[in-house]
Design a protein around this ligand. Structure first.
Ligand code: AHR
Length: 483
């Protein structure tokens, strides 16, 4: 493929760092065991958060973390998760296996997690079974300073200073598990709830309305028409599947056809964003409202022998292709898509990290985020993905460097690339590849370093031209100094 960026360059668009956001729900071992082990655990931890996982996640610079769900958010009553942990209310986690949720991880613990990760907070409020007052109180509890009942309660619980909440979601999947609402009804509910999101901090909270499921374009039109002026973002959920929802493919033991079908399903993100954005344009021609893809990733069969409600799945090179392809799609649509949150950060669906007791491993998807982090807040020069091509890519520039990422999801063919950059380049400051000969290569607790990033030495640069062969089943990231 020939890519010429020397002429006719579109005006650069910033690739919001939030496109590389994460999501962690009270689901299976996503929080408990995966992140939170408690202060008395033998697993090394700081304030109850396991140090091995935090150290690994810090390296990918998680810009934003969505919590507490997902479906769980619509049964979460935040007051259950504050105060003396020994006295916190125990509830049944009805969405995810009926396990006991002891609420030992609550608001204070979440903000401690954000502090340790250096991430901003995206709180998803309970609309399904909560009240406007409950949401309003939570916002006050988290963000108000001075002398108010909620601020004083927070101080009494050990945190006098308010926290920064960047994003606030109002309902999750309200068309389904979050209340089975019709869009006309939800639009009014949203308008009411958002009225009582008061501003206590310096910055107004960025309010996100519950958007469509996959290709429900009518939802987008109705909610935008009626509630568009009251929101900053509209969410979208789309998971990559190998087959029908009822026939999820195996995460490790898959055929070539299943490799292709998962990738094709992931690539539909491009179409869904395009189509939803068209509907949004109708009611928001100035593009004031962003699209927020706050759940995405591969959804495969749960690992045999694990609780099916815990959604624990292995993660192979194929998932890394899904991640890189999808990030390229977000980068392609960065004018409209402002944030995306892969589901989910640890031990659930397409994770960065898997844990087993005190053991931890990094997944192939983790390495994609490790390489793509250089695009965070960079200026996009080009981003490409198309149904007809196995190659997708992002080229950006930041801090005097060009950043080039390519994903070749072909099972059989390497892809020659010749790219002409706007200026001549100096030396490569970074060159890594994620590639294995086996399509289902993955890390296990017995062999945690089977899949790793390797140095990539095949790229040749001359003047503004960079030539390389992107091997089949690989993701490559290169950085070059601008001359
Ligand atoms: O990510 C798992 C679940 O998928 C979330 O809880 C829900 O929002 C979605 O259906």
């Amino acid at each position: 493929m020939k890519i010429n960026l020397s002429t006719d360059l579109e005006s650069p668009v910033k690739l919001s760092k939030y496109l590389q956001g994460q999501f962690s729900e009270h689901l299976g071992r996503g929080i408990y065991g995966g992140l939170w082990v408690g202060k008395d655990s033998e697993i090394p931890n700081v304030n109850g958060l396991r140090s091995d996982v935090i150290d690994a996640l810090k390296k990918i610079h998680v810009p934003v973390l969505r919590w507490p769900g997902g479906c769980f958010a619509d049964e979460y009553h935040w007051r259950d998760g504050i105060g003396d942990p020994a006295k916190r209310r125990k509830i049944v986690n009805n969405n995810w296996g009926g396990t006991t949720e002891d609420n030992s991880f609550g608001t204070h613990e979440f903000f401690e997690l954000c502090r340790q990760l250096g991430s901003e907070a995206y709180i998803n409020c309970n609309v399904g079974s909560g009240t406007v007052q409950e949401m309003a109180d939570w916002v006050e509890y988290m963000t108000a300073s001075g002398d108010s009942t909620m601020a004083n309660l927070r101080a009494a619980n050990g945190h006098p200073e308010p926290w920064d909440v960047k994003f606030l979601g109002i309902g999750n999947e309200t068309w389904g598990g979050g209340g089975n609402m019709r869009p006309e009804y939800y639009a009014d509910v949203y308008r009411q709830y958002q009225t009582f999101v008061r501003q206590y901090g310096k910055e107004p909270l960025y309010k996100i309305a519950c958007g469509p499921n996959i290709d429900d374009f009518n939802w987008t039109s109705v909610v935008m028409q009626s509630a568009g002026p009251y929101m900053d973002g509209l969410s979208l959920h789309h998971y990559a599947l190998t087959d029908l929802w009822e026939h999820k493919g195996d995460a490790v033991d898959f055929t070539d056809d299943e490799w292709r079908s998962l990738l094709n399903s992931a690539k539909k993100m491009d179409y869904f964003i395009h189509e939803h954005a068209l509907r949004m344009d109708r009611y928001d021609p100035e593009h004031r409202v962003d699209l927020i893809v706050d759940e995405w990733g591969s959804w495969l069969k749960e690992q045999a022998g694990t609780n099916p409600a815990f959604l624990y799945q292995q993660n192979t090179l194929r998932d890394a292709m899904v991640a890189a392809t999808t990030l390229n799609i977000f980068n392609k649509h960065a004018e409209r898509v402002h944030m995306a949150n892969i589901a989910q950060m640890v031990n659930v669906l397409q994770s960065m990290v898997l844990t087993d007791g005190s053991k931890m491993l990094l997944t192939p998807t983790y390495f994609v985020f490790l390489m793509y982090q250089f695009h965070q807040d960079a200026n996009r020069l080009a981003a490409y993905c198309s149904q007809g091509s196995d190659l997708s890519y992002t080229v950006s520039e930041k801090d005097g460097e060009y950043i080039l990422s390519f994903c070749n999801a072909s099972l059989t063919a390497d892809e020659p690339v010749e790219i002409t950059l706007p200026t001549a380049v100096g030396k490569a400051t970074y060159a890594k590849i994620l590639h294995e000969d086996q399509a289902n290569a993955h890390n296990t607790f017995d062999d945690p370093e089977r899949v790793q990033l390797k140095d990539f030495t095949q790229a040749q640069a001359e003047g503004p031209a960079v030539r390389l062969q992107v091997p089949k089943m690989s993701v490559v990231t290169l950085k070059f100094e601008k001359k």
